[in-house]
Design a protein around this ligand. Sequence first.
Ligand code: CU
Length: 122
Amino acid sequence: MRRSPARALSRPFIALPTALALGALLAGPAAPAAGAGRTTTETTVVIEGFEFVPASVTIHAGDSVRWVNKDNDEHTTTSDEPGWDSGLIVPGGDFTQVFTTPGTFSYHCDLHSTLTGKVIVE
Ligand SMILES: [Cu+2]
């Protein structure tokens, strides 16, 4: 009985970023395209006290999530399914991932199995 207004999103907005994201997945963290001029939202997740805060974020396709490590230990943000892997994020470091495909994406820290979170892309 759930309505899914997300389905109404027009696909032309998703097609190009998807291609870019696929490239990013293959090549690792990609530098943001300079002057791309797309209007997107960036949501910040703080890694603090060995937790992702907030542990669950909801964004729209085309938006990005930026993880900022405020712990004194290294962490990663790594999708449970094949998707993205930040590699080590040093204390004070950050990592940004663009999400172009609607869905629910669970992730974890490769170094600390108790660190888990999810990104819901509408
Ligand atoms: Cu960790």
